[in-house]
Design a protein around this ligand. Structure first.
Ligand code: AHM
Ligand code: MG
Length: 339
C-alpha cells in the first residue's frame, strides 16, 4: 500500500504556503487557478474524438506550424482562467507571437506566466499523450504597471514555480515552487487532483535514453559517439540502455523524471538551435528536473542560465539524471576539443 496521504492539490498548495510565513498567498491562488484551467483542458482532451474538435483550424502559429483546434482551445482557456485573478501582470504563450496583456479592467499582480497550452499536439489524432507546460516568474518592472517583454525575458533560474500536466492514460499534474516536486493524479469521479507522487526525486542514473534518432545523420559527432556508447554492452554501467521516444516532450520528460535516464533534443546541422522553445518548454522542465535532483544542459552549460533575447527562441536540451547529462556533455566537449 502506498503511504501517500489523501490530499487535494488545493490543500497541498496551502500547506506548502504555510512553510513560508512571508508568503502573501498570491502564488498559491495563481497555482490553484492554473489547476482548474488544466482540469478543463483535460476534460476537453479526453472528449476530443467525440465532439468533432479534432483537425486543423487552417491557421499557422508564429512558427509556421499548423495549429490544431485543441491548441487554440487550451490557449484561450488558460488566458481566460488567468486574466482576472489579480496575480499576473503579463502572460506569454507559445501560440501567440507577442506578450499577452492583462485586460485594462482587471487588477495587476506581481507574477508573470508563460505557457505552452498543448505540447506535442501533432500527436492528438493518434491518441498519444500530450501536455500543458507553465512557467512562473516574479515581475522585474514596478508594481501596478502593465507587465512588459522584459518581465517575460528572464533566465530560467529566476523562475519561482513551474509545472506541467500530462494528458495520458490518466491526467497528472506535476509542479514545483522550487523546493520539492509533487505529482497529482486527476480523479475523474470527483474532479480533483489527488497527491499521488510526493516529493519526486529523479534517479541519479538511468537506463533509458530518449531522442529522435531519425535525425542521426545531422547530429554533432560527440552525440553520435554518445548514443553508440549507450548501445554497447557493459554490465557495470547497465548498458545497453533502452530507447524510448514518445515524441511528446511532456510524456518523455515525465517518464525520465520517474525512471531516470536522459531526454535530448539537440541542435544539429539543419537546426542550429534545436527545436524546443526555451521559455515555454525547456526552462519550466529544467526547473522541475533540477528541483528533483537532476540536471538540464544546453550541451555545454546549465540551460537555466541562458539569458533570453526572444520570447520564442529555441535551444538544444539534454535533461534527466545527473550522471547521464554529465556524460553527454563530456562526449560533446571531448569531440569539440578534437575538432
Ligand atoms: P510542439 O510544441 O509543436 O507540439 O512541438 C514540440 C514537440 C515536443 O513535445 C517533442 O519533444 C518534439 O516536438 C518532437 O519533435 P520531433 O517530431 O522532431 O521528434
Ligand atoms: Mg510545444
Amino acid at each position: 500500500m502506498s503511504k501517500t496521504r489523501f490530499m487535494t492539490i488545493e490543500r497541498h498548495i496551502i500547506e506548502e504556503e504555510r512553510l513560508h510565513p512571508e508568503a502573501t498567498g498570491e502564488l498559491s491562488r495563481l497555482l490553484s487557478d492554473l489547476a482548474i484551467a488544466i482540469k478543463i483542458i483535460s476534460l476537453q482532451v479526453n472528449k476530443a474524438g467525440l465532439v468533432d474538435i479534432l483537425g486543423l483550424t487552417g491557421d499557422e502559429n508564429v512558427h509556421g506550424e499548423h495549429v490544431k483546434k485543441l491548441d487554440m482551445y487550451a490557449h484561450d482557456m488558460l488566458f481566460k482562467a488567468m486574466d482576472h485573478g489579480g496575480h499576473l501582470c503579463v502572460m506569454a504563450s507559445e501560440e501567440e507571437e507577442d506578450i499577452i496583456r492583462i485586460p485594462d479592467d482587471f487588477k495587476l499582480g506581481k507574477y508573470v506566466l508563460l505557457f505552452d497550452p498543448l505540447d506535442g499536439s501533432s500527436n492528438i489524432d493518434a491518441n498519444v499523450s500530450i501536455g500543458t507546460i507553465f512557467s512562473i516568474y516574479k515581475r522585474i518592472t514596478p508594481d501596478h504597471t502593465p507587465g512588459t517583454l522584459d518581465d517575460c525575458l528572464q533566465p530560467g533560474m529566476k523562475q519561482v514555480a513551474s509545472g506541467y500536466a500530462v494528458y495520458g492514460s490518466s491526467t497528472i499534474l506535476v509542479y514545483t515552487a522550487g523546493h520539492g516536486v509533487h505529482g497529482f493524479t486527476l480523479d475523474p469521479a470527483i474532479g480533483e487532483f489527488i497527491l499521488s507522487h510526493e516529493d519526486i526525486k529523479i534517479p541519479e542514473k538511468g537506463k533509458i535514453y530518449s531522442i529522435n534518432e531519425g535525425n542521426y545523420l545531422y547530429w554533432h559527432p560527440g552525440l553520435k559517439k554518445y548514443i553508440k556508447y549507450l548501445q554497447e554492452e557493459d554490465n557495470a554501467t547497465h548498458r545497453p540502455y533502452s530507447s524510448r521516444y514518445v515524441g511528446s516532450m511532456v510524456a518523455d520528460i515525465h517518464r525520465t523524471l520517474l525512471y531516470g535516464g536522459i531526454f535530448m533534443y539537440p541542435s544539429d546541422s539543419r537546426s542550429h538551435h534545436g527545436k524546443l522553445r526555451l521559455m515555454y518548454e525547456c526552462n519550466p522542465m529544467a526547473f522541475i528536473v533540477e528541483a528533483a535532483g537532476g540536471k538540464a544542459s544546453h550541451g555545454s552549460g546549465r540551460l537555466m542560465e541562458i539569458v533570453p533575447s526572444n520570447l520564442h527562441q529555441r535551444t538544444p536540451i539534454y535533461i534527466g539524471s545527473k550522471y547521464d547529462v554529465d556524460m553527454v556533455e563530456e562526449f560533446i566537449a571531448r569531440e569539440e576539443k578534437n575538432r
